[in-house]
Structures are given as structure tokens and as C-alpha cells.
Write a protein that binds this ligand. Structure first.
Ligand code: PMP
Length: 400
């Protein structure tokens, strides 16, 4: 017998980055060395003091279920973090912990969306938002934000997209894939439009909060307009800044009733995030932060190196990312060009496949909602960056 799959699953797109990584693994198994620029996670390991806290937790029998909301001690550490870094006061009744930011985004939509409710998503966007919205019965409304506006949503774009059915605006700053970071003025412009539309909630994905360059700082709309707190959900986690992707700890802070609804869903799905990872997260949030700052300096150097090398590639147009660890160059200059094998490059997907033939794996812009672009991660070794960029430059030079 074969199972009949639910329609919502057959309609679901598989995660593009996970698929690309599987392809790289298959090529590596066949003996083909590919430089992998598709990676969406830090290239460093979790700091030793965080690992030590987890080992201690296991030895001490900290190996049981925790409250569905997360341990009170972790929620207190998150509350301190919000006060220290963002100057925001959130009591622990307004904070919930889940298995990664992704789960909290999922449960927040599950808790609030009814059939055909609209969610405004500025594009380019993290690949998962539209799929998670659809899975929960909602309708993603993409607003294209090109290089000309620094890949950022402007007030007029937002104003045009809002309808009576709008439930949420999703803001992701620093942004995956563009690296855009909203300034205080830009966030203020968004906040002013939101003030005119009190039925619109704001989901702010701050997972790359700590990863900003050139003196840019990550700001959320509540910091710019405190009156938005009653309809804003701040989503964050340990994955990127603390290099803890595999530990699966994320958190959300927002209005008490929404946080309670999310916790109720967590209680009926995962029960709780790993007790061991939660204790490690406390050590990360309360502990020494020098390793985070060092990682940011390292990413900034790698960004600069990648920008300099790819500046030599004819047909690529680069925008300097202000945060996160991705470059999102336009490949409009390569579209319509002919490969040595005689194929015309028609889409960014064609460009990505062509580069894979030259031993470099990159992601095409299509699943990120804005084409023709590529996403390249600089969370990689300097050697890989040097080698991969040389291959890209060569590949671009070979086009007619
Ligand atoms: N939001 C964005 C923009 C991301 O890039 C990612 C991870 N790729 C996530 C959320 C999910 O993070 P977590 O590991 O905390 O689930």
C-alpha cells in the first residue's frame, strides 16, 4: 500500500538550500570537488564555554522535559538580553523558547492565520516564509525590493500591499539573502505606515542580529516606535550569532496572549526544546561575548575578500551586504550569454547550474523571490573563498 499524502504537503516546496547541499554531497561522493557557497550556517564551532555548560548539564541530570515555554532560567536570560542589547523590557510571560527560530515562526503563523489571511513578505526573502504561510492556510504577498532600494521595503511599497486581509508584515533584518540592514530612518518609515494600519501585526526575524558590519546595528520596529510592541513578535535564536545551529534553540518575545498561544502549540507538538541545549543557551547569553565579536570581524574580512575577488567577474553586479553572511549579486549581465557548450543562459537557475559545472555550488535567486540573482555564503574558509571566486571569474570570462 502507498500512503496518500495530504494536499498541503504535495504543494509544499522542499527547502532549496537543503536540496542544494544534498547535490554537493552527491558530487563529493562521486569524487568531484565542489567549492560550496550554498551553506547557510556559521563556519565556526560553538564556543568551548557553551559546550562545557551542556556537558555539565548532562552530568547533573538536567536531562528531563522542561516547561513547554522553556526553562524559566533561560527565559530570564533572554529577558536580560533584550534589556541589555535592545533596551526593551519583556517579562518572562512574554517570552517563549522553541526548537529554533523556524519553529517559532511556524507556530506564530499556525496560531494566527485563517484561510486566505495575507502575509506581506518583502522579496528577496528567506525561502521558508512563503511555504510556512501557505502550510498554515495563509496567502503570501510578495513585495519586490530590488537593488535600487537596497533590497529594503519602503513605506510606499508597504502602503500599497496592505489590504483589510493583511495579518502580518514579515521583516528580516539583517536579511537573508541580501544582507540588507534597515537603518533607524528606514525602520521609522515602515513604523509610520504601520501606525496608520493598526490591524497589521509585525513579525521581526532578527536571527542575524549580531552579524552586522561597517558600524551598522540591527534595530527592530519596537525600538523605533514602542507603541508597536502590542502587535510585534520578535523572533531570534542562538543559531547564527552563537554558531549553535545544531542545538536548535530559538525564542520569541511579544504580546502575552500570542506567546501563550504559541506555547500551547509547542506543548502539543515538540513538548519542549532540548533541556541540555536550553542550559547551554543560558551560558551563551550570560557568558563572555568576545567570541561573537571576533566571528563578526572574521565574516567582515571574508565579505571584503569575496567582494574584491568577484568584482573581477564580468557580468556580476555586487551590492555590499551590511550584515548576515551572504552576497546577493545580480546576474542580469549574464542572462542571454552563451556558454562554451553552446547553451544560452536564460535564468539565474541556468547560471547556478553553469557554475556547478565549473566546480562551484551557489543558490539561484528564484526561490528567494527576486531574480536574476545568486546567493553566495561567505561563511566559509578563506581558501574556499579564494578558490571558488577564481572559478566563478573564469566561468564568467568563458561566456560569449
Ligand atoms: N530566519 C532566517 C532568515 C534564517 O536564515 C534562518 C536559518 N537559515 C532561520 C530563520 C532559522 O533559524 P533557526 O536555526 O533558529 O531555526
Amino acid at each position: 500500500m502507498s500512503f496518500v499524502l495530504a494536499e498541503r504537503v504535495t504543494r509544499l516546496k522542499a527547502s532549496a538550500s537543503i536540496e542544494a547541499q544534498e547535490k554537493v554531497v552527491r558530487l563529493a561522493a562521486a569524487g568531484i570537488k565542489v567549492v560550496d557557497f550554498t551553506i547557510g550556517e556559521p563556519c565556526i564551532d560553538t564556543a568551548p564555554h557553551i559546550v562545557a555548560a551542556a556537558i555539565e548539564a548532562m552530568k547533573a541530570g538536567d536531562t528531563h522535559y522542561t516547561p513547554a515555554w522553556g526553562k524559566p532560567a533561560l527565559r530570564q536570560a533572554i529577558s536580560r538580553k533584550l534589556e541589555r542589547d535592545n533596551h526593551l523590557q519583556y517579562g518572562i510571560d512574554r517570552i517563549v523558547v522553541g526548537c529554533g527560530a523556524k519553529q517559532l515562526i511556524f507556530e506564530a503563523f499556525a496560531a494566527t492565520l485563517s484561510e486566505q489571511d495575507e502575509v506581506i513578505i518583502p522579496a528577496p526573502h528567506w525561502v521558508s516564509y512563503p511555504e510556512i504561510v501557505r502550510l498554515n492556510g495563509g496567502k503570501p504577498i510578495l513585495v519586490e525590493c530590488g537593488e535600487n532600494v537596497g533590497f529594503k521595503l519602503r513605506g510606499d511599497g508597504l502602503e500599497k500591499a496592505i489590504t483589510p486581509r493583511t495579518r502580518w508584515l514579515v521583516l528580516n533584518s539583517p536579511n537573508n539573502p541580501s544582507g540588507a540592514v534597515y537603518s533607524r530612518d528606514e525602520m521609522g518609515e515602515i513604523a509610520r505606515v504601520l501606525a496608520r494600519h493598526p490591524h497589521v501585526g509585525v513579525m521581526v526575524d532578527e536571527i542575524y542580529e549580531y552579524l552586522t558590519f561597517d558600524g551598522n546595528v540591527s534595530l527592530n520596529p519596537v525600538q523605533v516606535d514602542p507603541s508597536l510592541a502590542s502587535r510585534t513578535l520578535l523572533v531570534n535564536g542562538m543559531s547564527k550569532g552563537y554558531a549553535m545551529t545544531g542545538w536548535r534553540i530559538g525564542y520569541a518575545a511579544g504580546p502575552a496572549a500570542l506567546i501563550a498561544a504559541i506555547a500551547k502549540l509547542l506543548g502539543q507538538s515538540t513538548s519542549c526544546a532540548s533541556s541540555i541545549s536550553q542550559t547551554a543557551a543560558i551560558a551563551a547569553l550570560d557568558g563572555d561575548q568576545t567570541h561573537v565579536r571576533q566571528a563578526v570581524r572574521d565574516y567582515e574580512q571574508k565579505r571584503d575578500r569575496m567582494m574584491a575577488l568577484l568584482g573581477q567577474a564580468p557580468g556580476l553586479r555586487l551590492t555590499k551586504p551590511e550584515g548576515a553572511f551572504y552576497l546577493y549579486p545580480s546576474v542580469a549581465g549574464l542572462i542571454g550569454r552563451r556558454t562554451p557548450a553552446g547553451k544560452i543562459l536564460e535564468t539565474d537557475t541556468d547560471v547556478a547550474m553553469y557554475l556547478l559545472d565549473h566546480g562551484v555550488a551557489v543558490l539561484d535567486g528564484t526561490p528567494y523571490g527576486l531574480s536574476p540573482y545568486l546567493r553566495l555564503s561567505f561563511a566559509n574558509s578563506l581558501e574556499a573563498i579564494e578558490e571558488g571566486c577564481l572559478r566563478i571569474v573564469e566561468a564568467c570570462k568563458r561566456l560569449h
